[in-house]
Write a protein that binds this ligand. Structure first.
Ligand code: SF4
Length: 457
């Protein structure tokens, strides 16, 4: 069969999936922050060094596009993932983000000029919450998790025109295994938390019933927990090993151990399979017990991301976060570290009722916990979250979504000025890694891992 020819002479390979990498501004990390993307920024020498290390060593591949490519292949369609201009495919889907959305719109305009017959559309959380921003150039915008709408489209049951509402509660066991670009594996990594490569990600669940008001992940994933069957997850891990040769895998579940029983079964199966892969995951400190920690250790989990946010439970409550008692957090971190599992702790500055003093307390608490890494974000009202919906919009410091990076204050809070928040953000990063306590506990080991990493790659 002769492939259809585009009017420009380009071969119509049908579907282009774009995770745009701007020549100067780079990737938007669209797999993170619920597909809104994020862009770490911190001032000071240490903050800038951490930002550089993070942007070059922590590159998480785009799971949504890998799923869409797999669905296309399953339905007999050809889809190619690009980080820039496509090649005149008939259908072009651009992954939107919050802070690079103007760049994505400019790219769409360029594509329309180069390939006037192509249909160009947008997916992801920001296109879902603010489709009107994209419609000036887009032929279609998919609202919600895009897999179902694309699936129906591939089967000829869904035209892609205007606003296309996708199935909000997709059964994850229906999805094929994500199809990754083998020639781009070298780009991905999660160093220093997971040092081995090739690195890829997997998702065993979506959704989180905690429903924190500021959580950007809930915009697409929603509240109910949707777990895949443990058998399918294990089968996908084996596939990642044989097909891509992975040596480290990050679970991209937003609450990996919400269902403790199901998670323990899964981790036990992974340990028994002895895959020679190291793992990382993300969950809450109150979703561990001794048995789970032992199982994680046996299954080669080397890293856990924990959302601590703030030591002030009343301040967290005011921002719609169901918090965990500090002594419980401290006990869990000690047990994880004793099991050889690194902890990456996440903190938020600029919570609605934060003051200069309470943020200083957050920074002091991060140093007390002294985990392997500490990440300090600034509370950002992502569109579609309850925080954004309830926010008095006159408190917004900007209407430029390009500045919603999670590292810049965009809301006026009563207890501190934007300047205070920025100053504390920089202090939080620079002071954290310059302490002898951090260096003796983590620095030496990290240095050795860095050397091994350089030697191997
Ligand atoms: S616990 Fe974490 S994943 Fe769950 S809603 Fe809150 S911030 Fe989101």
């Amino acid at each position: 069969m002769v492939p259809p020819i585009h009017s420009t002479g380009a071969i119509m390979s049908r579907y282009a999936l774009i995770d745009f990498r701007h020549p100067e501004k780079g990737l938007a990390n669209r797999d993170q922050t619920g597909t809104f993307g994020s862009n770490m920024k911190a001032g000071g020498l240490i903050g800038r060094v951490i930002g550089k290390i993070k942007s070059s060593s922590t590159v998480v591949p785009n799971l949504t596009l890998a799923y869409l490519k797999a669905i296309a292949t399953q339905e007999g369609k050809k889809a190619v993932i690009y980080s820039g201009m496509p090649q005149g495919e008939e259908w072009i889907l651009i992954a939107s983000s919050l802070h690079h959305y103007k760049l994505e719109i400019a790219l769409a305009q360029e594509i329309k000029k180069a390939f006037p017959q192509s249909k160009v559309g947008f997916i992801n959380a920001f296109a879902t919450t603010n489709p009107e921003l994209f419609e000036e150039v887009a032929d279609f915008v998919i609202l919600g998790e895009p897999e179902w709408a694309l699936w129906k489209h591939f089967r000829g049951e869904q035209d892609l025109v205007g606003r296309v509402v996708s199935e909000p509660q997709l059964d994850l066991d229906q999805l094929p295994f994500p199809q990754w670009e083998k020639d781009r594996l070298w780009e991905y990594g999660y160093f220093p938390a997971l040092s081995r490569r090739p690195f890829l990600t997997i998702q065993s669940s979506r959704g989180c019933p905690y429903g924190c008001h500021f959580c950007p992940y809930l915009v697409l994933q929603g509240l109910p927990l949707r777990r895949r069957s443990n058998q399918l997850v294990l089968a996908e891990l084996k596939h990642l090993k044989t097909e891509y040769g992975v040596k480290s895998v990050l679970f991209r579940d937003i609450m990996f151990s919400y269902d403790m029983k199901g998670t323990k079964e899964l981790v036990q199966m992974i340990a028994q399979a002895n895959l020679g892969i190291e793992f990382g995951c993300e969950t809450r400190p109150d979703h561990f017990d001794d048995e789970l920690i032992e199982l994680l250790k046996a299954a080669q989990f080397k890293m856990v991301n924990l959302g601590i946010e703030s030591p002030h439970r009343d301040i967290l409550k005011a921002s719609g976060r169901k918090s965990v008692k500090n002594n419980r957090i401290e006990k869990v971190i000690k047990k994880l570290e004793r099991a050889g599992i690194k902890v990456q702790a996440f903190y938020i500055l600029g919570l609605q009722e934060d003051t200069k003093q309470s943020m200083e307390d957050t920074i002091a608490y991060s140093r007390k916990l002294n985990t392997f890494t500490a990440q300090f974000c600034i509370l950002t009202p992502f569109p579609g979250t309850k925080y954004y919906e309830d926010l008095d919009k006159s408190l917004l410091l900007t209407d430029d979504f390009g500045r919603f990076t999670e590292y810049e204050p965009v809301v006026d809070i009563a207890g501190a000025t934007p300047g205070d928040i920025l100053e504390l953000r920089d202090l939080a990063f620079s002071g954290y890694y310059m302490r002898p306590q951090w260096f003796t506990k983590h620095g030496v080991r990290l240095g050795l891992e860095l050397l091994v990493n350089i030697f191997k790659h």
